[in-house]
Design a protein around this ligand. Structure first.
Ligand code: FE2
Ligand code: FE2
Length: 385
């Protein structure tokens, strides 16, 4: 059943589902933000007492009433993915031909620019007491993951990629795509304080404020643009948002709510249930199929249509892949290059999680700057979505 879409004339439909999608995504991101924050503090006590740097301050909408209780709800079992998994030497059929993409750091640098991996000023800029109450959210998030873990199968993921490659859903400029996503979500939820474009610009501006490269600022702007998928081909929320993970091999216990994979037929498949599944050891994440959603969709579009460096593409592709970039899972599939790419994702992640602010930028004032940025990295004005 299709739950979101636009008519041929571009009229907005299914706005209620858009509202649900946004609420759910916000809940998921809140859970991820809190868990990241707690983990950071556990490993770096200095983060706890660090002063909050300057504007705009990051805070979420509702207070977190009981953080410790909430933290225990997030426990998703032991972090040992090696148990009960059997190695396989199966060859990987998914080959990425774009391994040699050039890094374009030189093209996008300016005298004041800092590297993508320079320290961010946003990680400690979070008032945990202002997080919304995610204990309530947790029920919704749990129900979401029950469905997602049930339905993200190898068969579904192959079909999603066939659908992606065999049709063009829309031809839009990147900016128009942002506006389109923004309108869809805005109209679906009059109570939402932050729209999609607000989040896109807050993320990009936080990166810009830290004087990170222009390509990284653009990544901040477009990283969630793949949510347009929801209005094209999606079956529901479960194939648009949520944490992502490799498909075609054993589901790691480092994936949130791992226990829900008991409903996934791949958990009983003779190959897919094994540690390596269809992959070979250290085959590289370029050769691994990740669960379909807005990250994977936008990654493929950006890879096809932009000149973003591979670090930028990695930030888009893996930004929801918490089992890898936060839980350090699936190292048995990764190669040396992946480690650099995941370092880039870790550098991006705080801007995504912690840039949300009630201080909303004036989009029309920033539009010329971001139009220039889009033109710089998307050589063709119109992009096939
Ligand atoms: Fe996202
Ligand atoms: Fe985001």
């Amino acid at each position: 059943m299709m739950t979101g879409g636009t008519s041929a004339e571009g009229k907005l439909i299914h706005t209620f589902q858009g509202h649900i999608l946004e609420k759910l995504d916000e809940d998921i991101q809140t859970v991820n933000a809190i868990k990241s924050k707690l983990l950071n503090e556990a490993t770096d006590p200095a983060a706890k007492s660090a002063p909050s740097p300057a504007p705009p301050s990051s805070s979420f909408k509702s207070p977190l009433s009981n953080e410790n209780k909430g933290a225990s709800l997030l426990e998703d079992g032991p972090l040992d993915s090696s148990k009960n998994e059997v190695a396989s030497d199966s060859k990987n059929p998914l080959k990425d031909s774009n391994n040699n993409r050039q890094v374009m750091l030189e093209d996008s640098s300016s005298p004041n620019e800092r590297n993508w991996d320079a320290n961010d000023t946003i990680s400690n800029n979070v008032d945990k007491s202002s997080f919304r109450n995610y204990i309530i959210a947790c029920d919704r998030v749990k129900a979401f993951y029950k469905e997602q873990h049930h339905k993200q199968t190898f068969a579904y993921n192959i079909q999603a990629r066939i659908n992606f490659k065999t049709k063009v859903r829309a031809r839009l400029t990147i900016w128009d795509a942002l506006v389109k996503l923004n309108n869809l979500i805005d109209k679906s939820d009059p109570d939402t304080e932050l729209s999609q474009i607000d989040h896109a610009i807050q993320t990009a501006e936080a990166i810009r404020r830290d004087r990170k490269p222009r390509w990284m600022q653009l990544v901040g702007l477009i990283h969630d643009l793949g949510k347009l998928l929801y209005f094209f081909d999606a079956k529901g929320q479960w194939d648009v948002v949520g944490d992502t993970f490799p498909i075609g091999c054993g589901f790691s216990k480092r994936i949130i709510f791992h226990e829900f994979f008991k409903d996934n037929p791949d958990s009983y498949h003779p190959i897919y249930k094994t540690k390596y599944g269809i992959y070979s050891p250290h085959c590289g994440l370029d050769n691994v199929m990740l669960s379909w959603g807005h990250d994977e969709y936008m990654y493929h579009i950006a890879k096809l249509h932009s000149t973003l460096p591979k670090e930028g593409l990695a930030m888009i592709r893996y930004h929801s892949c918490y089992p890898i970039h936060r839980e350090n899972g699936y190292e048995h599939l990764m190669n040396e290059d992946d480690k650099k790419m995941i370092a880039a994702v870790k550098a991006f992640n705080p801007y995504d999680l912690y840039s949300k602010s009630k201080d909303v930028y004036k989009v029309e004032e920033l539009e010329p700057y971001y139009l220039g940025l889009i033109d710089e990295f998307f050589p063709n004005k119109t992009v096939e979505f």
